[in-house]
Design a protein around this ligand. Sequence first.
Ligand SMILES: NC(=O)c1ccc[n+]([C@@H]2O[C@H](COP(=O)([O-])OP(=O)(O)OC[C@H]3O[C@@H](n4cnc5c(N)ncnc54)[C@H](OP(=O)(O)O)[C@@H]3O)[C@@H](O)[C@H]2O)c1
Length: 151
Amino acid sequence: MWFGYKYAVVTGANKAIGLETVRQLASQVFHQLDVLDPVSIDSLANFIQEKLGRLDILVNNAGASGVVVDEEGLKALNIDPSSWLSGQAYKLIELHGVIKPNYEKAEECLNTNYHGVRRVTEALLPLLQLSPAGARIVNVSSLRSELKVKG
Ligand SMILES: NC(=O)c1ccc[n+]([C@@H]2O[C@H](COP(=O)([O-])OP(=O)(O)OC[C@H]3O[C@@H](n4cnc5c(N)ncnc54)[C@H](OP(=O)(O)O)[C@@H]3O)[C@@H](O)[C@H]2O)c1
């Protein structure tokens, strides 16, 4: 699937899904990035321009959940991983109040997951357009934001 691609950017790659994505892509180039900071984004774009000259893959993985998590309370519920997909886990979480939204977290979520992705993508687009293989942009999302047409 990724044959012909050489250079990739994965945002939010210091841990979790982003770190594993980078490990599998075997990236050897690291540059700090805050997707909320236009100066930081420009710095990344300039770095890629100077070091690589183009970009083949952009994985928009950096994300904010928009909620405050009571980590200990969540662990104590001992939720079966499969129940996340079925939606059962959300009922348990709501019942026990271990995940709570608030205004600040919602604002951070919107800024990171929408404006951040948009800014990073727009800044890196000219470099992606130079990919001879035809660049890929992967937006990591959530089941909760899945678009469905209700019939
Ligand atoms: N894990 C899940 O079950 C799940 C479910 C649905 C969707 N997702 C989505 O999958 C993606 C990764 O999830 P995850 O669980 O691996 O996330 P995570 O453990 O919460 O890690 C989020 C990553 O995003 C980075 N990040 C946050 N704000 C940033 C900013 N302003 N600039 C640059 N990086 C920033 C974090 O860096 P710092 O550590 O420096 O803050 C971290 O590397 C997210 O987009 C998330 O919404 C995950």
